[in-house]
Design a protein around this ligand. Structure first.
Ligand code: T4K
Length: 373
């Protein structure tokens, strides 16, 4: 595999997948022809229509990035400012966007095998201060989502799923996009599906969609009616062009990721101390290759061994969100499982251009470090 001009010696946790450049320049020619660069142009309209069919979902509203998708979803779905129950095991954006929108995060612990929120732990911290729950399909894993949806319905609390990692994941009989009040996607370059930067709010609720569309254009409806204070969260035509091409290639990219994921599972599976995330039955997207080590010391030793060979895994997600500096002050929430997982997890490089030999080499380094106790 490998592309001309890429430095072969360094392996990063991911590399964006790209369509042939000629396909992109063809769409750029369309943009040059129409002179429509942004503000809900024709390529954005086409991208949204194709996403609605692909997910599928009746409403898919694209925005400039996944963080804005979270912000608009929180502002739209949660009935008032207040406390929102969420997971400590996620990327910073889940927590920071909640606080940015004026909500107070309350952390519930995760399941040690799936790495997702534990619905029982969520149930235990729900009270009258809670206006919503935010679940995350961590590394694309939808585990626990049906239970969380049932709990939210039973306790009459709104639910948003941060599905930043979950493009291409399909569950049966209920699609992940039909769970909760809204889900958000990230189309960042580091995701298996991308539009350079980008994101979307996905919902079955026409009112949520209408408000998201209004909020992403300054809070305006039409050109003269400013209904509420919004923001500029619009996706532009160059992003939509990349998104449209990613849609054409995503099935092949996922198949290539799957082959590498399965090779890792088979080669690392021989090593007892290397454990894997338990992914609930679904059509999976193989965006990340997380492994769980028995100790933080071993995890960090593996990082050092790989980095000596110019291989750069990432400690997604360390540190856990409930320990973020800006949240310190009050009593520290008790999330021992998230702390244990966060200090022992490691995401190995996974991307379509990784060769079979690369996966074997990385696996050998991990296994050698694991045995060297
Ligand atoms: N919710 C969740 C659960 C998320 O994980 C994220 C983002 C969000 C919400 C927010 O969505 P966005 O607002 O970002 O759309 C990356 C991404 O920036 C971030 O999107 C992602 N999650 C997070 C898990 O990972 P970093 O700081 O690890 O990325 P960075 O720049 O170190 O990139 C990792 C490796 O990828 C680099 O070593 C090299 C390679 N790379 C990266 C970029 C950007 C390339 O080869 N080309 C590139 O253009 O955060």
């Amino acid at each position: 595999m490998g592309r001309p001009g890429r430095r072969k010696s360094t392996i990063t946790v991911t590399v964006p997948s790209l369509p042939p450049l000629s396909e992109y320049t063809e769409l750029l020619r369309e943009i040059w022809g129409s002179r429509r660069l942004t503000n809900q142009g024709p390529l954005v309209e086409r991208f949204e229509a194709r996403l609605r069919r692909r997910l599928p979902s009746p409403h898919v509203d694209v925005v400039a990035n996944g963080t804005l998708a979270l912000q608009l979803a929180f502002r739209t779905v949660f009935p008032r400012k207040g406390t929102v129950v969420t997971t400590p095991f996620t990327y910073a954006a889940t927590t920071t966007s909640l606080v940015w929108e004026g909500f107070t995060p309350r952390f519930a612990d995760i399941n040690p095998r799936t790495f997702n929120l534990d619905p029982t732990a969520v149930d235990a911290v729900l009270d009258e201060e809670v206006v919503g729950v935010v679940g995350v399909h961590v590394f694309g894993n939808p585990a626990g989502a049906p239970e969380l949806s049932q709990l939210a319905a039973k306790r009459n609390v709104k639910l948003v799923f941060d599905a930043a990692h979950a493009f291409g994941v399909r569950t049966h009989p209920t699609p992940i996009w039909a769970m909760g009040n809204a889900s958000t996607l990230s189309f960042h370059a580091t995701k298996s599906f991308h539009s350079f930067e980008g994101g979307a709010v996905v919902t079955r609720d026409a009112r949520v969609s209408r408000r998201v569309r209004r909020l992403r254009t300054f809070g305006m409806e039409g050109t003269e009616d400013v209904v509420e204070p919004g923001i500029n969260a619009k996706m532009n035509e160059a992003q939509a062009a990349m998104g449209l091409l990613s849609l054409n290639h995503i099935n092949r990219w996922i198949a290539l990721r799957r082959a590498r994921y399965e090779q890792y599972r088979s080669e690392l599976g021989k090593e007892e101390s290397v454990q894997f995330q338990e992914v609930s039955p679904c059509r999976y997207n193989y965006t990340y290759m997380p492994v769980l080590l028995p100790t933080r010391r071993l995890r960090d030793r593996i990082v050092r061994s790989l980095e000596r060979q110019s291989i750069h895994p990432r400690k997604y997600f360390y540190p856990p969100a409930h320990t973020f500096r800006f949240l310190r002050g009050g009593p520290r929430p008790s999330c021992p499982v998230a702390e244990a997982v966060s200090s022992r997890v490691l995401c190995l490089p996974l991307q379509p251009e990784l060769s079979t030999a690369d996966v074997s080499r990385i696996s050998r380094i991990v296994c050698a470090a694991a045995r060297d106790t």
